[in-house]
Design a protein around this ligand. Sequence first.
Ligand code: R5P
Length: 310
Amino acid sequence: MESLVRIFSGSNSQYLAERIAKSYGTELGKVEVRRFSDGEMCPVILESIRGDYVFLVNSTISPTDNLFELLLLIDSAKRASAEYITAVIPYFGYGRQDRKDRPRVPIAGKLIANVLTAAGANRVMTMDLHAPQIQGFFDIPVDHLESSTVFFPYLKSLSLPDITFAAPDVGGVNRARQFALHFNKEMVICDKYRKRPNEVSAMTVIGDVTGRNVIIVDDIIDTANTLSNAAQLLIDKGAKSVRAFITHPVLSGKAYENIENSKLAEVVVCDTIPLKKQSPKIKVLSVAELFATAIRNMYEHKSITSLFVN
Ligand code: R5P
């Protein structure tokens, strides 16, 4: 008997998983999340998956219930005799905690990699990890998709002249460089210093942005403090306009207010995390088709790298 591709979703990524399943040409499988009166979760896969290739979609954004729901789904699939289980994590939460840069801090990304594997995941499919080397936290294969596959064509469609790319901090240099190389343009770096998480203390620009349409490239937009400060600084340094292409719209705290009151002309994000509300400045591009194709290629033992635009 041939193993079938079966796609299921946790509560957080329902909207995206439905699109992925549709783009793949199948129905999203049925899951019911039962809860005890104290809130304890029990997700039930309502269809037989014996011998199948199971893809469980859920972004592990805060609250931790999202991660835990994914772990319980993996465990359910394992106990239901799925042949091969792939955790599809469009946004890998806790990835920002990827190193021990102070005494007595956890490396949460590594812990979560261990826990996903212990739960029974055979493989992980994700997008734009905070740092690509997080793949090394896993001892199972990781398919690491890139948002540039949807960002590049959209940016081209804007036909913007005089583009310069910007990394909003030193950690984002490689991401901005990938854009600069693809479009054959210059890049600048905003040098950001933080005293505490989510709090930007000082920023300077390395490079010239006078008269340029600047595109900031980043992986996460959380409080939007980094982004709104960078946009203000770039405008102060003579940029004509500032846009941002940022994969994961975490958007917590005063993020929407910060974006709306900022100098940003547009913030382009992916649907790896659902928006809490619409904003006139935020444009969402879907990565559903990319994930669907990656699922097909993985199942058919074809290359995933061939999906990237270089
Ligand atoms: C940090 O290293 C990330 O790449 C983002 O720049 C950061 O998470 C954005 O955070 P916020 O929007 O809270 O400034």
